[in-house]
Design a protein around this ligand. Structure first.
Ligand SMILES: [Mg+2]
Length: 258
């Protein structure tokens, strides 16, 4: 079970003092920004942006936002100078002047487009369901599913899942199911790839997130400062913080450390 971060600050401080630079990874929804009903409404609050701006300008810090959103979406929402953006749970990575994807993007876009159309045909008549084509993945959001439709939704999802071609995999998040190409590559792989790409073998890594997909990163970084947002006794993260507001307090603490 993760330990409350505030009870272990000296330990975190000690490990950060041993290694520089610091490579910081953060999820967006539920971590930098509170979860909202419609994904399009999530914004980076001015005070959070300000706290992050202080960090990203420090010479010993490299900063990456890792999200399930598309690369373009997360870039528009965050857009801090010099940072790395990771979209579609690691399938798209972009830094200043460079871009990487572990899959073949144009082929994938076509397959995802036709899968999105199939999802629309099956689910769109259920009130509150939202289907979001994110180019390399497609999301089926059901946070706003109208009351009384849960059993219909679950039955259709079960059938859809059983008939899903083997070329696709499913990722379950908070009130969302992501359909993506079947590839052995997750957020943790993306983080390790970035560390290597930047040539930062000695960097200390910090990873903060609240998603199920962030658990892959926590597992891939067992000796680093991994932090789950919210209460999750089963999380593989070493530490926990309560909510995005506590995350902002942590950024401020970090800025005072170096
Ligand atoms: Mg999240």
């Amino acid at each position: 079970m993760p330990a409350l971060l505030w009870d272990h600050l000296p330990q975190v401080q000690e490990s950060l003092q041993k290694h520089q630079p610091w490579l910081i990874f953060t999820d967006f929804d539920g971590t930098l920004s509170p979860i909202v009903d419609q994904p399009s409404q999530a914004v980076l609050a001015p005070e959070m942006r300000q706290a992050l701006l202080v960090l990203v300008q420090r010479p010993h810090i490299r900063f990456a936002v890792v999200s399930g959103r598309s690369l373009e979406d997360i870039r528009q929402r965050v857009d801090l100078p010099g940072i790395i953006h990771v979209g579609n749970h690691g399938l798209e990575i972009a830094g200043p002047g460079w871009h990487f994807s572990p899959i073949h993007p144009s082929e994938t876009r076509e397959r995802i487009l036709s899968l999105a159309k199939e999802l629309e045909a099956v689910f769109l008549d259920l009130p509150g369901v939202l289907i979001e084509n994110k180019s390399l993945t497609v999301s089926l959001h059901y946070r706003c599913l109208a009351e009384g439709f849960a059993s219909q939704f679950n039955a259709r999802l079960k059938t859809f899942t059983e008939q899903l071609p083997a070329a696709f995999a499913m990722l379950h998040g908070h009130c969302v199911v992501d359909f993506r190409p079947h590839v052995q590559w997750h957020k943790g792989d993306a983080c390790l790839w970035i560390k290597n790409r930047l040539g930062l073998a000695d960097a200390a890594m910090i990873y903060i997130g609240d998603d199920r997909t962030d658990e892959d990163a926590f597992a891939a970084l067992p000796n680093e400062v991994t932090i789950v947002v919210g209460f999750n006794a089963k999380s593989k993260a070493r530490f926990s913080l309560a909510d995005p507001s506590a995350v902002r307090t942590f950024w401020k603490w970090l800025a005072d450390q170096g």
